[in-house]
Design a protein. Sequence first.
Lengths: 173, 293
Amino acid sequence: MKATCGAQALFIVGCGGCAKKCATGDEAAILALSDSLKKAGKIVLGTVIVDSACDMRLLKRDLLKNEAFLKSDKAVVLACGAGAGALSALTDKKIVTGLNSKYLGTVERANITHKFCGVCAQECVLNETAGICPKTRCSKGLISGSCGGYANGKCEADIMKDCAWCLIYNKRK
Amino acid sequence: MKFKDKLKTNDFIITAELFPPKGTDISGVLERAEIIAPFVDAVNITDNQRASMRVGSLAMCAKLLQKGIEPVLQIACRDKNKIALQSELLSASVLGIDNILIISGDHPNAGDCKDAKPVYDLDPVRLLKAARGLEAGADLSGKPLKGSPKFCLGAVVNPQANPDGLQVEMFNKKVEAGAEFFQTQVIFDAGAFKKFYEKLPKNGKIKVLVGVSLIHSVKFMQFLQTLPGVVIPESVQSRMLGAQDPLDEGIKICAELIKSLKSFAHGVHIMAIGKEEHIPKIIEASKIQEELN
Ligand code: SF4
Ligand code: SF4
């Protein structure tokens, strides 16, 4: 809400990709946001859900020519940083990100996601680690093997979490 | 005899560790170092242990050297990237510190600065390899060094971590990466260590110094039980709970443990955590027990 300061007329951009799956960029999320913006005295000029907000081609096709978007003071983006960043690169309009992106999620079922890959942009280690990424799932990101702090397969830094190296060790056995 | 040479003998090796203070008054640590020095082969200085900010290990090690006490510099992968880690190794060598214990280091979650960035740019295996690389005359980027260091490299394992097979795997990886000696997580049960020890490959060259600790009070015992990977057997717990003089009982427990380890282990690493002045008493008591047998 703070980031919408100074703007009266807003436009909301949702995302039909990951943010829709997470129910943070779908119709319901847009509706909820638009209600609270209106309660705060703002005007919502329009909304749109782009199939994938991180695809600049789709933003150009589905958003950039939208009149309500063009008239708005600021656009609130309900997508991850890749989506908000894409829109920011395409327009001079002020962009407000409406979400804090946590991680690239693996979906197990509704509202249950996992962080299995940190998109490290380095040589992927999964072939050596039984398909379990220690860079992402070990609390210390240890690549060569475990520390000595795990207890009964749980991580020293967070006992609610499985030790990634114990998972790897057990899967390899 | 230097620690590195001592590792090559069949003598029972004793090391102990001290932790630097939070603040610049290092007089207490130096006093303790002088009390324990005649009884041990080398003194470890911890590196911001439990992820709690303190005087650096390197500075304290240099101070010990000035007093003629042989230090073991602990380096945690937690706080430094690969530039700083390699630089620390060179700095140690320049100061005449060649015993290095490489650890991952407790996660910042355990410490007093929980939002500190956990670096772990290198892990212990990779840092061991980097140290061996520096000895061979090149840094991690392959650039040649003008003058190369010489180290005595150590690493850690936890004999009581479950699954223990993973620790055996880590032992082997660390040996392969260049570890010459090991200091273990604290154990209170010689039998449990023996079981683990028997799973390690025997080549006689790699010395394993078993971590032992002085339980000086019941409160401290309860604290130890919260540490990752520490297991205190029922028998030890009930002895401490029933003791008239807990400190005296703790010294006895530690001395008995050292005595039983002497029959098969290479040595011990004593972590008396703030009560290091009792280390001479523990060592003397373990010797008396041995003579009694
Ligand atoms: S190594 Fe881990 S973080 Fe990197 S790409 Fe592979 S799974 Fe993702
Ligand atoms: S306990 Fe396992 S997951 Fe946790 S930091 Fe150690 S190796 Fe990594």
